[in-house]
Design a protein around this ligand. Structure first.
Ligand code: 3LM
Length: 406
């Protein structure tokens, strides 16, 4: 989309306006919601033409609906992709993608730190159907080289990774995958296209849990896939239509679009507040280690600064006293909420080893860099002084309980 002078419109403008003219819908400022499940055919022949893809239009709400279509168009534009597909959840997006693009005998390389259920899909789900999955540390490109083979179809990773925020160099991985004929798939949930656009770094496909920052208000579940037109079309026609049926409801698609209108603003605030939290933790005597991609001593700081425009809203840390101190901290928060998920207005804190990453065995967590004492915080949009004060009080509580135990 361009303005009158052919200048491409900016991110927030496209997030708010792209693909919709109120004058087409009785002047309605925001787009109406089509709750319709099935669509009338102009003639018997037109129905057949629609099914054969010879005519443009809608057939049935499982694979396409006008409200979903507007969200898909906006997400594709924001990610710099040819096409988008909206689905019922992040897991719905990942499973539709895998079930469409993989078959028995194929190989997949994954980063060894993924959201717990994504890890379970790859390591427990897909092997049941004859797909070989190799987890590697993708921050070490030599391990990627040794895992890739001519049978590798996908290289899949999150960056920053859930829950320890390791950053993976998208362009470097994509170059190696491409040389072997494999597709690079990036889960961009933690950054959103407001902070990072993997397709500009040569990734082939981007997936999202839109449940998180894209929706932004903890009131929906949704997923998105963006990428090249033919591949996305194939995932719609196979993965969504008859393999998973993981359709996003039109009402949910509307709510994700409402979230997109403030996405750029929210990601700036989440990132600034998370960095303030990370710096405060770094200076506190109760804290053993802190991860945030914008900290000066972050392990993959170079890659982070190259491919992200800000550090994002997540902070991971470990307290002196490990698991017990972490539990005392979590029980000591007041304003901050103990809950999984992320990207909401509320600051949320959770314990990956017993919650989001409980699908890993203790041995897998140890081998994959998810320590038992790690705490993950999704820094929300509350006043930063209030967030810092609550953290300070909870750290005091954690130190007091540690002193009492000694
Ligand atoms: C969580 N994560 O708390 P849905 N990709 C990433 C994710 O973080 C998630 C998904 C995909 C969390 C959810 S845990 C019980 C709650 C990077 C989800 C899956 O299917 O929309 O939840 O997305 O880390």
């Amino acid at each position: 989309m361009t303005d009158g002078n052919n200048r491409p419109q900016g991110f927030a403008t496209r997030a708010i306006h792209l693909g919709y003219d109120p004058m087409d819908e009785n002047g309605a400022l925001t787009q109406p919601i089509y709750l319709t499940s099935t669509y009338a055919f102009e003639s018997a022949e037109a129905g057949g033409e629609l099914f054969r893809g010879e005519r443009k239009g809608y057939i049935y709400g499982r694979n396409r609906n006008p409200t979903q279509a507007l969200l898909e168009e906006r997400m594709a534009s924001l990610e710099g992709a040819e096409a988008g597909l909206a689905l019922a959840s992040g897991m719905g997006a990942i499973s539709a993608l895998c079930w469409t693009l993989l078959e028995a005998g194929d190989e997949v390389v994954i980063d060894h730190t993924l959201y717990g259920n994504t890890f379970a899909l790859f390591t427990k789900g897909l092997p049941k159907f004859g797909v070989t999955v190799t987890p590697v540390d993708l921050t070490n490109l030599e391990t990627l080289d040794s895992a890739l083979s001519s049978a590798t179809k996908l290289v899949f990773f999150e960056t920053p990774a859930n829950p320890n925020l390791r950053v993976i160099d998208i362009a470097a991985v994509a170059a190696r995958a491409q040389a072997k004929g494999a597709l690079t798939v990036v889960d961009n949930t933690f950054c959103t296209p407001a902070l990072q656009r993997p397709i500009e770094q040569d990734a082939d496909l981007v997936i999202h849990s839109a449940t998180k920052y894209l929706g932004g208000h903890g009131d929906l579940l949704a997923g998105v896939i963006c990428g090249e037109h033919d591949t996305v079309h194939q995932i719609r026609q196979h993965g969504l239509r008859y393999l998973t049926g993981a359709t996003i409801s039109p009402l949910t698609a509307f709510l994700v679009m409402r979230g997109l209108k403030t996405l750029e603003l929210r990601m700036e605030r989440h990132s600034d507040s998370a960095l303030a939290v990370a710096k405060m933790l770094q200076d506190h005597p109760a804290v053993a280690s802190v991860e945030h991609p914008w900290l000066d001593d972050f392990a993959q700081a170079d890659a982070a600064r190259r491919q992200m425009s800000r550090g994002g809203g997540l902070v991971s840390f470990e307290l002196h006293g490990g698991y017990d101190a972490g539990m005392a901290f979590m029980n000591g928060v007041d304003l901050i909420t103990r809950a999984v998920s992320l990207g909401d207005a509320e600051t949320l804190v959770q314990h990956p080893a017993s919650m989001t990453h409980a699908t890993y065995t203790p041995e897998e967590r140890a081998a994959h860099g998810i320590s038992e004492g790690l705490i993950r915080m999704s820094v929300g949009l509350e006043n930063i002084a209030d967030i810092l004060q609550d953290i300070d009080a909870a750290l005091d509580a954690a130190m007091a309980s540690r002193a009492a135990a000694e």
